[in-house]
Design a protein around this ligand. Structure first.
Ligand SMILES: Nc1ncnc2c1ncn2[C@@H]1O[C@H](COP(=O)(O)OP(=O)(O)O)[C@@H](O)[C@H]1O
Ligand SMILES: Cc1cn([C@H]2C[C@H](O)[C@@H](COP(=O)(O)OP(=O)(O)O)O2)c(=O)[nH]c1=O
Length: 208
């Protein structure tokens, strides 16, 4: 029996992460696997409370440093209370965003990628997913998917300008290039079922 695995889905807003998370969860359950679907920021009661503080309020509510620490604190609680216990009892864990979101959103301004990795070492002992998928879509397409879902409403971070979101997407693409073993880019265009099939192909070596 192969061990339970921790998989994260990453990418900008509207690329289809939550849709694919649900689809993968359904496929795994149909194969008799126990699955925990979770998300960041959040995924445990403490981390969900921090999520509320991070995503609501004025754009300047938190400094860049305070924001990065809050994401790291939420992640520490999520890992400790939800992810590790699930893996220990043999459940697969699928997370909508994880560390790489902090690297892409918080680690390319006042703080560096190295700073974010240091916070993660302190908060979560450097715990990493077994595999991370970066869902990739052309800029306009992700925006129109997010817009048809949310209308004009977006959260404190989603509401940042398009230059910011372009840099986020470039950072995600860079992680896939430099950490090819863990981080795999996935073409997120076309029908949802076709995207799910691409993800499953990239999981073949881990599935029981
Ligand atoms: N392959 C797809 N083709 C067209 N629309 C999609 C596809 N996947 C998801 N969507 C729709 O796009 C919007 C954003 O998808 P979602 O899964 O919520 O993205 P994310 O979690 O990355 O923000 C939703 O309204 C969803 O129903
Ligand atoms: C996990 C994480 C999320 N974020 C941002 C990305 C999103 O804008 C927001 C999470 O909102 P969410 O509603 O989960 O994202 P999506 O629109 O992709 O469904 O928080 C960070 O800035 N850093 C992080 O570490």
């Amino acid at each position: 029996m192969r061990p339970a695995r921790f998989i994260s889905l990453e990418g900008g807003e509207g690329v289809g992460k939550s849709t694919q998370l649900r689809a993968l969860g359904a496929v795994f359950r149909a194969r008799g696997m126990e699955v925990v679907e979770t998300r960041e920021p959040g995924g445990s009661p403490g981390a969900e409370a921090i999520r509320h503080m991070l995503l609501t309020g004025a754009a300047d509510r938190w400094s860049a440093r305070a924001e990065a620490l809050l994401f790291a604190a939420a992640r520490a609680d999520h890992v400790e209370k939800t992810i590790r216990p699930a893996l220990q009892r043999g459940a697969w864990v699928l997370s909508d965003r994880f560390l790489d979101s902090s690297r892409a959103y918080q680690g390319m301004g006042e703080l560096t990628d190295e700073d974010i990795l240091t916070l993660h070492r302190i908060g979560s002992a450097g715990f990493l997913p077994d595999r991370t998928f970066i869902l990739m879509l052309p800029e306009g397409e992700a925006e129109s998917r997010a817009h048809s879902r949310d209308g004009d409403g977006s959260d404190r971070i989603g509401g940042r300008d398009s230059a910011f979101h372009r840099r986020v997407s470039q950072s995600f693409a860079r992680f896939a290039a430099i950490e090819a073993d863990r981080v795999r880019p996935i073409d997120a265009s076309g029908e949802a079922a076709a995207v799910t099939a691409r993800l499953l192909r990239e999981l073949e070596d881990l599935l029981p």
